[in-house]
Design a protein around this ligand. Structure first.
Ligand code: HEC
Ligand code: HEC
Length: 395
């Protein structure tokens, strides 16, 4: 008598488990979830990375001398870990009499952190020579691993720096040296396409935003603070990001795993108006730069093997008239990388400096290379315009 009962219990559990599994497999990921289909080892790496991403650091762990935040999560957390926040950071530099941009101190770059360890006077000051000051808002990281897996060749093929097709749009691939491999790659992360990989961007962010140095960025960056003073404010020897005794992994590797496996946000509801809006988006040329879909290359990991990436970006540098005046990495002062529009409904404020409160403010700010698309937008009848906006906020 025991046996049949036991068996039916097992059958029941398997059935319920299978049903739950099927439901989980079908339901779109909740913001902050990992990509569906991770192996247990990958899930462990994702979870470990998420812990480090959320960890609040202190001066004893290397925070400072200058910093913008005390954890990655502090600025990347709306609508879930990995997202954005209303924080804006500050960059400054100088345009000389010939109109050429330069960093005030080339060794320190253009970042001026907002906070510092309050001992020994390490607060960053913007020097009087600065005549360009710019703010930048965070970029969400959902789906970043898929963006990383898009081949350089795809972006080089999309580029048309001389506008040979004469459509007024001249996207440029930003070439950068990848600090980890030494290779020349197409930059795709950051408003200025300043890095090609999540490992290197994360290491740069760890140093820039939190003042924590690593093998990849071994020197503290604190504009205008002399090295002797820096050592007083942050006596820990560099690089500060040492491998953890238990796992042998550094913080920068953990951040990279978290971001690599973070799923893209699911689309909002799609109704007839949204479908019509996407047609308008394509018809008026928004899709020239905000390319609806790119594909990852071949990969030994099925998660990244020839996957569609519905990002709505060409990941190229453009001048749309909103440039922040700061020359950085591969980008000229007037150039910005086309932002991906996936997850747009969760993003406020908009544009690189957060100057746009609404989606239509952001669209109306487009000029120069985007003048054609913007004029077409201005000329839309009210129904088409409403459809376009409905489409944008469905992303
Ligand atoms: C003070 C707020 C702040 C903190 C702290 C912060 N970030 Fe960011 N993050 C930003 C801003 C602002 C940008 C856009 C910067 C730019 O392009 O100039 C950004 C961009 C990024 C990007 C580029 C994403 C893309 O798709 O282009 C990555 C990757 C990133 N951050 C990772 C991290 C990691 C990892 C940490 C922790 C080590 C971190 N960030 C800490 C504000 C922050
Ligand atoms: C020539 C390339 C190009 C074209 C064409 C273009 N955009 Fe953009 N778009 C950009 C760039 C570059 C930015 C970033 C500007 C900034 O942050 O200052 C941007 C920003 C945006 C943003 C704000 C995104 C954010 O995260 O802040 C929205 C929304 C947007 N574009 C929608 C559109 C729509 C709608 C059209 C068609 C009317 C369009 N774009 C046409 C390149 C383009």
């Amino acid at each position: 008598m025991m046996r049949p009962h036991f068996l039916s219990l097992v059958v029941c559990l398997v059935l319920v488990g299978g049903l739950a599994g099927a439901l989980i497999a079908q339901s779109p990921p909740v913001p902050g979830d990992p990509l569906p289909g991770l192996t247990p080892v990958e899930f462990e790496l994702f979870a470990m990375g998420q812990d480090d991403f959320l960890e609040v650091e202190e001066a004893e762990e290397g925070l400072g001398p200058a910093y913008n935040g005390t954890s990655c999560g502090g600025c990347h957390n709306v609508p879930a870990v990995g997202g954005i926040s209303p924080v804006a950071e500050l960059r400054a530099g100088m345009v000389d009499a010939e109109g050429v941009y330069r960093d005030i101190d080339p060794a320190s770059g253009s970042l001026f952190q907002l906070f510092s360890i309050p001992t020994h006077g390490c607060q960053i000051r913007i020097p009087p020579e600065a005549n360009v000051i710019a703010r930048r808002v965070p970029i969400p990281l959902f789906g970043a691993g898929l963006v990383e897996a898009i081949p350089d060749e795809t972006l080089l093929a999309l580029a048309d720096p001389l506008d040979l097709d004469r459509d007024g749009v001249s996207g440029r691939a930003g070439l950068v040296e990848d600090r980890a491999s030494g290779e020349i790659r197409v930059g795709r992360f950051g408003w200025k396409s300043q890095h090609a990989t999540l490992l290197v961007f994360g290491a740069d962010a760890y140093r820039n935003e939190m003042g924590i140095t690593s093998d990849l960025f071994p020197k503290e960056q604190a504009n205008g603070i002399p090295p002797e003073l820096m050592r007083l404010c942050d006596p820990l020897p560099d690089p500060e990001d040492a491998p953890e005794p238990g796992t042998g992994r550094r913080g920068i590797e953990n951040f990279a795993s978290f971001m690599q496996f973070l799923a893209p946000l699911a689309r909002g509801p799609v109704d007839d108006q949204v479908v019509m809006g996407q047609q308008v988006f394509d018809d008026i040329g928004c899709d020239t730069c905000h390319v609806p879909m790119l594909q990852t290359g071949p990969s030994s990991n099925p998660l990244f093997h020839r996957r569609p990436v519905h990002l709505f970006s060409d990941l190229l540098l453009h001048d749309v008239g909103t440039g922040d005046g700061i020359g950085q990495g591969p980008a000229a002062p007037n150039e910005l990388r086309t932002p991906a529009l996936w997850g747009l409904r969760f993003r406020r404020p908009l544009l690189h400096d957060g100057r746009a409160a609404t989606v239509s403010d952001a669209v109306e700010a487009h000029g120069v290379e985007a003048t054609g698309a913007r004029s077409a937008y201005d000329g839309l009848d009210p129904a088409s315009r409403a459809a376009l906006l409905a489409f944008l906020v469905s992303l």
